[in-house]
Design a protein around this ligand. Structure first.
Ligand SMILES: [Zn+2]
Length: 233
C-alpha cells in the first residue's frame, strides 16, 4: 500500500485547525510553561534555517505538554522596519501589501509542518492592535524622562535618502545601492538606559546559570558606562 502523504497530512491538518488542538486555555490549574522562539521578519518567506529553530521550540513545547504543563507557545512576525522596507524597494511593491502576503505564506508553511502554535494569539508588529502597546510603553518612558531627543551623527545614504544601521554599511558604502555614505547630524530619539547601569551591574551577581564570560563582558561594559557618567557629573 502506498503512503499518500498529501491525503493523510491534509486530513490531520484540517482536524487540528477545526479542533484548535494547540490552543492554550487561560483557566487551568496546571503549572505554566512559556516557550517563545524568535519571530521571523516577513520580508520574505521561511526557509529551512527558520524551520530548524521552530522545530526545536516545538519539541520543547510538546515535551512539556506531555509532562503535564499548561504550555503557552505563541507565534508572530517582526514586521516593521528596514528588512520590510528594503524588500519593498527591491521588489517595487507597497511594503504593507508585500508584508501581509508573506505573512499569509509563512502561516501556511508552518501549518503544513505542524508546529503547535496557538494561532489565536498570532501577532504582527505592524498592526495597529500591536503597536498601540509599543506606543503606550514609549509614552510611559517619555513621561518619566527616560526617552529624549538629541543630535547625533548617523550613517546617511544620499541616494536612498535614509539612515542606515552599521550593518548596512559595507566598506563605507550603502549595501543597497553602493553609494558612499556620509555622516550626518540628525535629531534622534534615545532611551536613558544609563539610568539603570548601576542596578544592572549589581544584579549580575544574582544571575544563575549565565556563562561566566558573558557576565564578565556585561560587567566590563557597565563599568565603562558608570565611569563615563561620573566624569560627566
Ligand atoms: Zn543607498
Amino acid at each position: 500500500m502506498d503512503y499518500n502523504h498529501i491525503e493523510i497530512e491534509q486530513k490531520w491538518q484540517k482536524e487540528w485547525e477545526e479542533k484548535k488542538v494547540f490552543k492554550t486555555s487561560q483557566r487551568n490549574d496546571k503549572e505554566k510553561y512559556y516557550v517563545l522562539t524568535m519571530f521571523p521578519y516577513p520580508s520574505g518567506t521561511i526557509h529551512v534555517g527558520h524551520v530548524k529553530n521552530y522545530v526545536i521550540g516545538d519539541v520543547v513545547a510538546r515535551y512539556k505538554r506531555m509532562q503535564g504543563y499548561n504550555v503557552l507557545h505563541p507565534f508572530g512576525y517582526d514586521a516593521f522596519g528596514l528588512p520590510a522596507e528594503n524588500a519593498a524597494i527591491k521588489n517595487n511593491v507597497n511594503p504593507g501589501e508585500w508584508t501581509f502576503k508573506n505573512i499569509e505564506t509563512i502561516r501556511n508553511q508552518i501549518k503544513k509542518i505542524g508546529i503547535s502554535y496557538d494561532w489565536d494569539r498570532e501577532i504582527a508588529t505592524c498592526t495597529e492592535d500591536y503597536y498601540k502597546w509599543t506606543q503606550w510603553i514609549f509614552l510611559k518612558l517619555y513621561e518619566k524622562g527616560l526617552a529624549y531627543k538629541k543630535h547625533a551623527a548617523v550613517n546617511w545614504c544620499p541616494s536612498c535618502k535614509t539612515v542606515l544601521a552599521n550593518e548596512q554599511v559595507v566598506n563605507g558604502k550603502c549595501e543597497r545601492c553602493g553609494t558612499e555614505i556620509e555622516m550626518k547630524k540628525l535629531e534622534q530619539w534615545y532611551f536613558k538606559i544609563t539610568e539603570y547601569s548601576e542596578k544592572l551591574l549589581n544584579d549580575l551577581d544574582i544571575l544563575d546559570g549565565w556563562p561566566e564570560n558573558v557576565k564578565i563582558m556585561q560587567k566590563t561594559g557597565l563599568e565603562k558606562v558608570l565611569e563615563q557618567k561620573s566624569i560627566l557629573l
